[in-house]
Design a protein around this ligand. Structure first.
Ligand code: F6P
Length: 365
């Protein structure tokens, strides 16, 4: 039998729900179309003058997004593509993006669907100009009935825990373009066939290996880490002669979506933990459009995603652009890191900088 296309896969999934209207499938296909368009722009790169920073109206030759990050031209283009591809068909009631301060309301008169779409249009975009893999991450939530019936969406509508996601996925623009998707029944990988312009199911039922010898962390932040993270990394570095009794390998691409993909394919653990680098930011990555969708994918693939202290997906969001500590990947490894956070070792030093380990810790009598 010929490999299934994404459309065929979605039709087959939908057969389990005879009453389904097709709206959800159509939304996923619109998202996939957006990803194909972004893949093209990424591939043309500087041939189309698409590398470099987005200047917008700024006289500074760069603009800064709501996150305080420099916007790349391709960040802005990818955001536009997501909006244009998803605003007209009546599948979403509103959208929210890393690149937009406020939720996006559909133009007056457009039909409003039953879903909310949240996305990071181009994750890892500092890698664009050096031609390293980047990707788009998305999360689908249900819209409140009133928003479906015409009320403008508010940030509050999106503040649902990750357990409420009905679908999540990412597209990776690497040597091949891939779409990784979960609709709540496992994780499936599709490769874009450049001849047909179709996503073809090439990686059904992906499973993250439970154990690993590979970790990913930005070690330049080591002096800002909390003791449990420091302990974990020290033990990995100690290798065979340390308490873990095995040698570890380390990777850092600085493109979370690419790290997630490596981990999905061959296991590993990724940490961008809460640290003390900037105490106004409880972590580097964003809950709604980075941690939650990647969290759902990891858990659907048998892995785990955590704040370090507990499951990411159960965190009740407090703001659209909320940041959070994120640890994900091979289940056993993430669980070990959680144990280090939740059960600090007996006799921890009194001068330990973390309140968790100090004499008057929350966890002491
Ligand atoms: O959006 C955040 C991001 O680009 C992630 O994709 C990546 O993991 C991280 O930032 C890189 O952070 P750093 O600059 O600390 O390496």
């Amino acid at each position: 039998m010929m490999s299934r296309t994404l459309t065929q896969f979605l039709i087959q999934e939908r057969r389990r729900f005879p009453d389904a209207s097709g709206e959800f499938n159509a939304l996923i296909l619109d998202i996939a179309m957006a990803c194909k368009a972004i893949a093209k722009s990424v591939a043309f790169g500087e041939l189309a003058g698409l590398h470099g920073n987005f200047a917008g109206d700024s006289s500074d030759s760069q603009t800064i997004n709501v996150q305080g990050e420099v916007q790349k031209k391709l960040d802005v283009i990818s955001n536009e593509v997501f909006i244009k591809m998803n605003e007209w068909a009546g599948h979403v009631a509103g959208m929210a993006s890393e690149e937009m301060d406020e939720p996006y309301n559909l133009p007056e008169g457009q039909p409003r669907g039953h879903y909310l779409l949240v996305f990071d249009p181009l994750d890892g975009s500092s890698n664009i100009d050096v031609n390293v893999s980047v990707g788009s991450i998305f999360s689908v939530l249900r819209a409140p009935e009133s928003a479906h019936n015409g009320r403008n969406v508010t940030a509050e509508d999106f503040l649902q825990p990750g357990t409420e996601q009905v679908a999540a996925g990412y597209a990776l623009y690497g040597p091949t373009t891939m779409l990784i998707l979960t609709v709540g029944r496992g994780v499936h990988g599709f490769t874009l066939d450049p001849n047909f312009g179709e996503f073809i199911l090439t990686h059904p039922n992906i499973k993250v290996p439970e154990t690993t010898k590979e970790f990913a962390i930005n070690a330049s932040n080591a002096r800002f880490w909390e003791p449990p993270v420091k302990r974990y990394v020290d033990e990995c570095l100690a290798g065979q002669t340390g308490p873990r009794g095995k040698d570890f390998n380390m990777r850092w691409i600085a493109s979370m979506v690419a790290e997630a993909h490596r981990i999905l394919m061959r296991g590993g653990v990724f940490l961008y933990p809460k640290d003390t680098k900037d105490i106004t930011k409880p972590g580097r990555l964003r809950l709604m459009y980075e941690a939650n969708p990647i969290g759902m994918i990891m858990e659907q693939a048998g892995g785990r995603a955590s704040t370090g202290y507990g499951q990411i997906l159960t965190v009740k969001p407090s703001a659209l652009h909320q940041r959070i500590g994120l640890v994900f990947g091979s289940r056993e490894e993430v669980e070990l890191i959680e144990r280090y956070h939740n059960n600090p070792p007996q006799g921890a030093r009194e001068d330990d900088p973390s309140p968790l380990f100090a004499t008057r810790s929350l966890f002491r009598d």
